[in-house]
Each structure stands twice: as structure tokens, then as C-alpha cells.
Design a protein around this ligand. Structure first.
Ligand SMILES: [Zn+2]
Length: 571
């Protein structure tokens, strides 16, 4: 393609190269031999960058391995466009943190200006701030996307991201960004006529960030043509079959059909979902990098079981450009379907039961009890609009303890708490709380580490016999989806410390409501069904206490109900 473009230059029109340079960012970079930190921008070894550099699709996403040159590509495209006045309102490059902005400015941007005085430097008007550059007549803003503060769980709209409109936004490493900040930044192209959004990131976990977006795109992949049999191989899709060993043990990229050696320079971008027109997606891994020896990748893959979970994550994400989650870090729908029983959801229960409520635009309610020590039986899951319905549920299920989300509606939660006959605790998820939940009986509040309680839900749901669900229904389908929408990842903090955190990959209300249920059950005793009333023992009292006309006021089990519902085998 490159050679074809060059061949078309008409010698009778000597200004033709200048015209091509103005509209073609790839030609501009190669023809001017733009110098990057590592040397001049070269086509050889970066053939896969040519088409993306020229691509003017307004909505792009790139899922890439690390060190693939994609950040440079995006910067060159920005600079080319600004120098040629394609983005009169300016451009915003967004990075995960303010520190990343500083590093980028120093290590990548400033060298570009210094090394290319004629082609870039002379268009840059000096601005003192490291995070704002004037290029030709427009502004380039470099910003970090971390929310500066949170007020009652709502991200404060960072003034730096709100202000002025731009024509193009580049979101670099956006899996690391605060999603609410990304959404805020994206609004800044709303009034542009150019409206270009380019997202790029090393993937992290499945169905999250760049992995989720790439799946919605036209899914371009780099398909290498075999010189022996004319078949195309996409290394990312065929790994590890696409690497073969020589006799000396070294590995080479090989054709999936005939096993001949193949070369990334013989590739071209091919859409795997060509009917998608509104989102262009690129996927490229270090399998296509000439600077990474395939032997190293294959060796590491073959001893993957010896790696730590953190190393495995890095291998899949940075080298193979694949989203990855350790099987132990996400509940699978099949885990939960294995927990279902033959019982339909209950409409009432003799108690003692517990209730967990997640507060959002809906109130997600999960009610359960302990049929035996250490066993949780969920007998009801539902969505409600009205807080008064919670009160009715609490009475019908003889709820002995309710735990409810403190945020985002602390006032309504407090109001609800005051009006109930049964104890209601507001739950505060905290990062620094360690170990067991801390119950504050005076303030009716419970504090727990977020990762810890979400882990407990995971353990319960994946340990045979510990967690019993009602039989399959429409609401349970939703419940199962939401239970699986949290993924545990190891997050490295600035100070080098590492900790597991749960990341949301879709609606997760029922997962939290279940976490609150498990907390509430800490304060509820094991359910004692009355099967044969032995009048010489305790249950007699329960029978006498029971008053069918004042549901919920008595904690005694209703006999008939208990006999019908109770099944000692839980199935
Ligand atoms: Zn072949």
C-alpha cells in the first residue's frame, strides 16, 4: 500500500508529495523521517501501524500488547492533524493519572519537538505548563483521568475535564482510568464537527474496558499471508498453534495450514465483524512484534502453571494482548446453576430470615435463611421501586436482620431504618477495615472490607453445599448474570503495594445484595423447622407463640409452612 502511494506521485506535479503529506499522516511521518525517541519513524517492522495512522474513522479502539508503538502512532496522528489544521478546536490526550501525563510529556512529547525542529518543533508555541501545548493555532491538552474526590460516592466533575470543547480525544491506557472520568471527557467532543475518539489500552479483564469495546467493533486483526500456500494466519487467534519449534528449540511464526515460516510484514488488517460500521477496532499483540522473540513467548507459555497469578495476568495482557482472569477470580454462571434447588421462590417464610438490599435506581432485595450452620438458602430475590415494599417483605419473611447499602441514598436508608420493627443496619464498605465485620449497635451500622465480603460470596457460591438457590426463573437468570459481573484483579498501587480489588464488568446489584444478606445472616440464628412438635421440648413454646394474624411480630416458626417447605437435604 505504501509503495503504491509513492508510485502514484506525478513527476510533472512536484508539489504532489506536499499535498499527500497534508492528508496522509503515515506518508507525512515516513516521508519526513520523523524522529521518535528510539530513532526515525520507520515503516519496516511497523507495517501494522500504516493503516491505523491513515485511518480517519471517527470512533476507534485498539487492544494492544505493550511496546507496540501505538501511543506514538496516536501522537503522530494528533500532531499531523494539528499542524495541518484538521483539529481547529484542539485535542485532548487523556492518561490514567497526572503522573502519567508528566512522564509522557517528558519522555515522549518533548523529544518529538526537539528532534524534529522543521517538521514539528516550529509549529509548537512554547507554553510553560507541561500539560498544555499550543500547536499551530490550536491547543493540545494532556490530562489525567483520576477523579480527584468523591462526595457520597458521586465523582465530582473534575473542572479540568469539563471545560472547553475539542475535536479529538485520545484515551491512552483507558482500562486503568476511572470510567466516570472517561465519560465526562468524552462529552467534550459533543459539539465538534470532526468528533474523533480514539481509545487504546492493554486489555485487563474479560468484558471490561478495551476488551468489551473491541468485541463491539468490526474486530480488525492482522492476517499474515503465507508465501507457500497463500493462506492467512492471525497469530492472536491461533496462539499457541501459530508458533513452531526448530530442531535447536527456537520458535518461529508458522502458517496454520502448511507450517511454513510466516512474517508479520506480509500481513494486512482484516475485519472479523465487517458488518459493524460505527466502531473500528484493532487488535495487535507482541506475537507480531519484531522486537520480541517468539521463543521467549512460547517458553513462558509452556511453564505458565509455574507462574504466579500476577505474572500470568501480565503474560496474557501485555504479551498476548488478551483479557484474562484466573478461574478462581470470577464466579461462573455454571457455578450458580449448580446451586439451584427444585424449590420455587418463597412468598413468605416463618423466619428467622435475613435481608440484603442494594440501593440504586431499583432496590435489589435478596432474602435468605440458614437451614443448617454454615449453609445459606436464598428464598427470594426481587427488584422493587418502593421502600414501603421492603417493609412488607420484611414482615412476610419474618426478617430478623436487614443490611442495606449506605450509599447512594443515605437519608432514605436512615429513614427506612428508623421505621422498622426488625433491626436494619447500614453497610459501609471500606478499604482499610480488615477481618471480621465491625457491628456498631448504637448507630446501627456495619463496616466491612469490600474485597473481603465479596470474597465470602464467591467462596459460598463455589463451595459445594454451602449456597442454595431457588429453581430457575426469569428473575434468577438476572440474578446469576449480576452475581458474575464482578471480577477480582490484583491492583498495584503507586507505593508498590498490591491488593486484590473487585472490578465491575456489568450490572452487579444482586452480587452486593447477596453480600449484604451474608452479613445480615451473621446476626440470625439457624432456622429450626418444627417437624414433629415435641411438647416436652422448646418447640412447644414456638407453637404457642405463633399467631397467624400478626405476621412477623412473632419469631416462632409457622408449623404448616415449615413442614411443607423444609427439606433436610436442601433439594
Ligand atoms: Zn502456508
Amino acid at each position: 500500500m505504501a509503495r503504491r502511494a509513492a508510485a502514484k506521485i506525478d513527476p510533472a506535479q512536484p508539489d504532489m508529495p506536499a499535498k499527500i503529506r497534508a492528508v496522509d499522516a503515515w506518508y507525512w511521518a515516513v516521508n519526513n523521517a520523523i524522529r521518535l525517541t528510539a530513532g526515525p519513524f520507520a515503516h519496516a517492522g511497523h507495517e501494522y501501524l500504516a493503516e491505523p495512522l491513515r485511518d480517519t474513522h471517527p470512533n476507534q479502539v485498539a487492544m494492544k500488547g505493550s511496546q507496540m508503538g501505538w501511543t506514538e502512532k496516536s501522537v503522530l496522528k494528533t500532531l499531523h492533524g494539528m499542524i495541518h489544521r484538521r483539529y481547529p478546536q484542539g485535542v485532548l490526550h487523556l492518561f490514567p493519572t497526572a503522573d502519567d501525563v508528566g512522564d509522557f510529556s517528558k519522555a515522549r512529547f518533548n523529544p518529538l519537538i526537539e528532534h524534529n525542529p522543521d517538521h514539528i518543533g516550529r509549529y509548537v508555541r512554547s507554553t510553560d505548563a507541561a500539560n498544555i501545548k499550543r500547536i499551530n493555532s490550536a491547543m493540545l491538552y494532556l490530562r489525567g483521568a483520576r477523579a480527584t474526590q468523591r462526595i457520597q460516592g458521586l465523582a465530582s466533575s473534575s473542572s479540568k475535564l469539563k471545560s472547553i470543547p475539542v475535536d479529538r480525544i485520545v484515551e491512552d491506557e483507558y482500562d486503568e482510568m476511572d470510567p466516570s472520568m472517561v465519560a465526562l471527557a468524552t462529552e467534550r467532543v459533543a459539539h465538534s464537527t470532526v468528533k474523533e475518539i480514539e481509545k487504546l489500552s492493554t486489555p485487563t479483564i474479560p468484558d471490561y474496558g478495551v476488551d468489551a469495546d473491541y468485541k463491539k467493533s468490526d474486530q480488525q486483526a492482522w492476517a499474515i499471508l503465507c508465501r507457500s500456500c497463500n493462506t492467512r494466519t492471525i497469530l492472536e487467534l491461533e496462539f499457541p498453534k501459530c508458533l513452531s519449534r526448530r530442531r535447536d528449540g527456537s520458535a518461529f511464526r508458522s502458517c496454520v495450514r502448511c507450517a511454513a515460516a510466516i512474517f508479520p510484514r506480509d500481513g494486512e488488517w482484516i475485519a472479523q465483524a465487517p458488518t459493524v460500521k460505527d466502531l473500528r477496532g484493532y487488535w495487535i499483540s507482541q506475537l507480531n512484534s519484531l522486537y520480541v522473540d517468539p521463543t521467549v513467548i512460547l517458553n513462558e507459555y509452556e511453564r505458565i502453571s509455574e507462574l504466579t497469578p500476577g505474572e500470568r495476568q501480565v503474560f496474557y495482557n501485555s504479551k498476548l494482548a488478551m483479557a484474562y482472569v484466573d478461574a478462581a477470580n470470577r464466579i461462573k454462571p455454571s457455578d450458580l446453576w449448580a446451586c439451584t434447588s427444585a424449590d420455587p421462590m418463597d412468598t413468605r417464610h416463618p423466619g428467622p430470615a435475613a435481608m440484603g438490599v442494594d440501593v440504586g435506581s431499583w432496590l435489589h432485595v435478596v432474602i435468605g435463611y440458614k437451614p443448617a450452620p454454615g449453609v445459606v438458602k436464598v428464598c427470594y430475590a426481587g427488584r422493587h421501586k418502593d421502600w414501603n415494599e421492603l417493609r412488607d417483605l420484611g414482615i412476610r419473611f419474618a426478617v430478623d436482620c436487614c443490611v442495606i447499602d449506605m450509599e447512594p441514598e443515605i437519608h432514605k436508608a436512615r429513614e427506612f431504618q428508623r421505621g422498622q420493627a426488625f433491626p436494619v443496619f447500614l453497610c459501609d464498605y471500606q478499604v482499610h477495615q480488615r477481618g471480621d465485620a465491625r457491628w456498631n449497635l448504637d448507630e446501627r451500622q456495619v463496616v466491612i472490607n469490600r474485597t473481603e465480603i465479596l470474597d465470602r460470596v464467591h467462596t459460598a457460591a463455589t463451595t459445594a453445599g454451602r449456597f442454595i438457590l431457588p429453581r430457575r426463573s426469569q428473575e434468577l437468570e438476572e440474578y446469576v448474570i449480576e452475581m458474575c459481573n464482578l471480577v477480582k484483579v490484583l491492583v498495584e498501587h503507586k507505593d508498590g503495594s498490591k491488593a486484590y480489588e473487585y472490578k465491575q464488568v456489568g450490572p452487579d446489584h444482586y452480587r452486593h445484595a447477596t453480600a449484604y444478606l451474608l452479613l445480615a445472616l451473621e446476626r440470625v440464628s439457624v432456622y429450626q423447622p418444627v417437624i414433629f412438635a415435641d411438647r416436652s421440648q422448646g418447640p412447644a413454646a414456638a407453637v404457642m407463640d405463633y399467631d397467624p394474624l400478626s405476621l412477623g411480630s412473632s419469631r416462632g416458626p409457622g408449623m404448616g409452612q415449615a413442614i411443607i417447605d423444609y427439606n433436610p437435604f436442601g433439594r
